[in-house]
Design a protein around this ligand. Structure first.
Ligand SMILES: Nc1ncnc2c1ncn2[C@@H]1O[C@H](COP(=O)(O)OP(=O)(O)OP(=O)(O)O)[C@@H](O)[C@H]1O
Ligand SMILES: [Mg+2]
Length: 465
């Protein structure tokens, strides 16, 4: 974080100093996990039901914290007292942004691909200037301000994932870190359980472009009609990306290699350049175009941009992470999360990677689909069968409609089985996998990742997360 005195912190969060030196300066990071506190840090104590952060306040100070932001006094601990630690984090993050006039805040939202695109974009902007775009998903009312506070006076670009579980959420996040550039990827049924309808999801995601100033920039997916329509909801200039003929930054002549990696010709107002992605999945064409559209606006020349796109790698784990085992089995670990759209792109990637062996999909439950739950799972099963996936292992009773959807496809030559848990799936795979097989592992966390880890461990590879 930028250095701030405790008096400045208190004023930013409307807090009261207790037993604290107003001139003591916070020079380290702001943490709500006391184990991460280092010299000069600020510890934020949340009153939890099971664990109360205030119990760790003295320890945080012993570890070097200059003070503790919390909701009740702790004897002997220099405190900034507030009513609500979460809104205090938001205010402090906003104070940081306000003190960094040279910072460009870039927000990314969408139903699928936020973390992936944030990671791609961060790898491009870092070539243009110091960038904060930490690995992983930090997109909610806690992770968002936490990420924002990692910016310091050297930071030029702050790339933020902004997610919504309801109308008004993104507007709130934009008050913490007002974007200058807003990227909207897609509108799908992720979290439809909370939202109720796709139209409400579009309403919520569009708040990201409504938050832009007149001299800001909205980067919109021209291939998604609900996203393209958001052009009317912003004062800012609009740049459109996609494969549509009228997109400003577009991909033509897309091809996939045997590992599902896309090549395309990048077409911009400055000209054309060949791009060869090292990332698996056709959906990365869209994600890479979104990132390219931003980097181009920030001044990256076309030739540099095309070369940089070819060097993009994975940053956050368990998202289309492809690894090859010594026994000749290829694994796609996409086990971080799942919704019907992301299941679709992952299954298509699997189908495109068919080699000498079989294609195998290990699919788990998709959370937060509400009324759409049964149908969403059935659709995924149907798609797997229609794509001609050879073997489907459906993990856990709640995911059963995937199995039903697949087996209902009459002319499918593959086979599906419903298994009780992850261990059962690992057992089946152990018996069935042969060299040349390609296996996709995907679900909404719920331990589906255990299958991916077992496949990794069986290959003698280190588990990465
Ligand atoms: N543009 C895209 N369209 C559809 N699916 C995508 C796209 N990009 C990535 N995915 C799929 O979505 C999965 C999750 O990607 P990612 O973690 O980037 O999404 P997210 O929007 O950050 O999700 P969350 O809401 O959990 O934070 C990927 O592993 C991949 O299967
Ligand atoms: Mg994410």
């Amino acid at each position: 974080m930028i250095p701030l005195s405790l008096a400045e912190v208190a004023s930013a969060v409307d807090g009261r100093l207790v037993a604290a030196d107003p001139d003591a300066r916070v020079t380290g990071s702001v943490e709500f996990d006391s184990r991460k506190i280092g010299p000069g840090g600020l510890f934020v104590a949340f009153p939890g039901e099971k664990v109360d952060g205030h119990d760790y306040a003295a320890g945080a100070v012993a570890a070097g914290a200059v003070g503790v932001l919390g909701t009740r006094e702790v004897p002997g601990v220099p405190m900034v007292l507030v009513d609500d630690a979460l809104s205090a984090m938001a205010c402090l993050a906003r104070a940081v942004v306000d003190r960094l006039p040279g910072l460009t805040v870039i927000g990314v939202t969408g139903s699928s691909g936020k973390t992936t695109t944030k990671d791609l974009l961060g790898q491009l902007t870092v070539r243009l200037g110091p960038t904060v775009a930490p690995a992983g998903t930090f997109n909610n009312e806690l992770g968002h301000p936490y990420t924002v506070m990692q910016a310091n006076p050297e930071t030029r670009y702050l790339v933020l994932e902004k997610s919504a579980r309801g109308v008004g959420h993104i507007r709130y996040l934009c008050e913490i870190a007002p974007p200058r550039i807003s990227v909207v990827l897609n509108v799908g049924v992720a979290h439809i359980g909370e939202f109720g309808s796709v139209e409400t999801i579009a309403l919520a995601k569009g708040e990201l472009v409504e938050a832009l100033p007149a001299d800001g920039l909205a980067v919109l997916n021209a291939d998604d009609p609900l996203v393209a329509a958001m052009a009317s909801r912003t004062r800012a200039r609009v740049v459109r990306y996609g494969e549509s003929g009228d997109a400003d930054v577009r991909a033509v002549d897309v091809t996939l290699d045997e590992r599902g990696r896309a090549s395309y010709t990048l077409v911009t107002p400055e000209g054309r350049a060949p791009v060869r992605l090292g990332l698996t999945g056709r959906h990365q064409v869209s994600n890479s175009l979104a990132a390219a559209a931003v980097a181009r606006e920030l001044g990256m020349p076309l030739a540099d941009l095309a070369a940089a796109l070819g060097e993009l790698g994975l940053v956050s784990t368990r998202r289309m992470d492809v690894f090859e085992r010594p026994d000749g089995v290829t694994v796609i670990d996409d086990s971080y999360n799942a919704n019907p759209a992301s299941m679709g792109v992952a299954l298509r990637a699997l189908a495109s990677m068919r080699g000498q062996g079989r294609t195998v999909a290990v699919l788990g439950y998709m959370a937060e689909l509400g009324d759409f739950e049964t149908e969403g799972h059935q659709q995924v099963g149907r798609l797997a069968a229609e794509l001609g996936i050879d073997r489907l292992l459906v993990v856990g009773e709640p995911a059963a409609p995937i199995h039903e959807g697949a087996t209902a496809v009459g002319n499918w030559g593959g086979e599906s089985v419903l298994l009780t848990d992850q261990a059962a799936a690992v057992e089946v795979l152990r018996g069935e996998l042969r060299p040349g097989d390609v296996v996709l592992v995907k679900g909404s966390r719920y331990r589906t990742w255990e299958v991916a880890d077992a496949l990794r461990a069986a290959a003698g590879n280190e588990v990465t997360s």
